[in-house]
Design a protein around this ligand. Structure first.
Ligand SMILES: *Cc1c(COP(=O)(O)O)cnc(C)c1O
Length: 357
């Protein structure tokens, strides 16, 4: 019996994906070996890589101008690699939460940073509207923002409109809702939230942007060299890419990203209604900017937190503790979380409120 796992990352994977991986673990397509035991340059794995790229391209409707890279070092490595490639004059950033802060702090080591807007004074409870931003520096190289802040549970309801390259950390919301990828010059996402297991980070880059890139000391962290080598400057995390491909296949079977978006909206609105209709639970984020993937909430009395966590765990609802930096609770509702999981959670929450509220 599988539990409903609300972990923010590494996160829940579709059961059918794990079952297929299990079935193929010892003998992949009658090869007599596991996919994780074969050369990354052989036919078995290169077809997995090609399939993963093709499926992701279809799912996100990526324009031909954009390429896909599978890299290592997580989203955190990208925080440094982006300025190290593209920051010549000024890197512009929006500060909408803890992950934005990390990206900004990393960029400062590579040059000048302009923070156009920040919601820090309101404890990151909203996304600053573009009309409220400072004027972009005339020598800004790019604008970086975080469409979904995983810790604060804040989603940007708009895509920034800028004349310079737009870069976005989609780690916790990639493939959860449709986006117009052509508006972005660079998208990155650590896999362990909405794609697959940890160990790989997906980078989607507009080839044009690479013309402005500075050459890197390490070829495995050089976007141009990784692109030229089809993500195989060195051995890629083959098993993580294989699992990502299975997740992409599963997404196609579900009807693609727009079908997921519909279910994700239902899941999120069901949980937010449960929170808002109670006098016991509370979510601090502005209504228009609430995340559909990560829903933080607090109880009326934080002395009940430990009881809530112990009882929910016992009820098969796992990993509801909030991020260590903010406390409270957080339910992550990535693609692999079914509506039934949210129903079980809201039932548990109502029952808990009746008993302790
Ligand atoms: C989880 C997360 C990261 C960090 O990812 P790592 O793969 O651990 O480096 C960065 N940005 C966002 C938005 C995240 O949710």
């Amino acid at each position: 019996m599988r539990a409903f796992n609300f972990c923010a990352g590494p996160a829940s994977l579709p059961t059918s994906v794990l079952e297929q991986a299990q079935a193929e673990l010892l003998d992949y397509q009658s090869s007599g070996v596991s996919i994780m035991e074969v050369s990354h340059r052989g036919d078995l794995f290169t077809s997995v890589l090609a399939s993963a790229k093709a499926r992701l391209r279809r799912l996100m409707q990526l324009p031909e101008s954009h390429d896909i890279l599978f890299m290592q070092g997580g989203a955190t490595a990208q925080f440094s690699l982006i300025p190290s490639h593209f920051l010549h004059g000024v890197g512009a950033y929006i500060n909408s939460g803890q992950w934005s802060i990390k990206a900004i702090e990393a960029a400062k080591r590579f040059g000048e940073v302009q923070v156009l807007a920040s919601s820090e004074e309101a404890n990151f409870s909203y996304m600053p509207t573009q009309a409220s931003w400072d004027k972009l520096a005339s020598n800004a190289d790019y604008l970086h923002y975080t469409p979904n802040e995983t810790i604060g549970g804040v989603r940007s309801p708009f895509v920034p409109e800028v004349e310079i390259p737009l870069i976005a950390d989609f780690s916790s919301s990639i493939l959860s809702e449709t986006i117009d990828a052509s508006k972005f010059d660079f998208i990155y996402a650590g896999a362990q939230k909405n794609i697959g297991p940890a160990g790989v980070v997906v980078v989607i880059v507009k080839r044009e942007l690479l013309k402005t890139a500075k050459e890197q000391a390490s070829p495995v962290f050089d976007y141009g060299k990784m692109l030229a080598a089809d993500s195989m400057v060195n051995t890629p995390p083959t098993y993580s890419i294989y699992l990502a491909d299975l997740v992409f296949k599963w997404l196609e079977e579900q009807g693609g990203v727009s079908a997921m978006e519909e279910i994700n909206n239902q899941k999120a609105s069901r949980l937010y209604s449960c929170i808002d209709d109670s006098g016991f639970y509370r979510n601090p984020v502005a209504l228009s900017d609430r995340s559909r993937m990560n829903v933080p909430f607090i109880l009326a009395d934080d002395r009940l937190d430990a009881t809530f966590l112990a009882e929910s765990e016992a009820a098969g609802l796992k990993s509801l503790a909030g991020h260590r930096s903010v406390g409270g609770m957080r339910a992550s509702l990535y693609n692999a979380m079914p509506l039934a999981g949210v129903n079980a959670l809201t039932e548990f929450m109502r029952d808990f409120e009746r008993r302790y509220g």
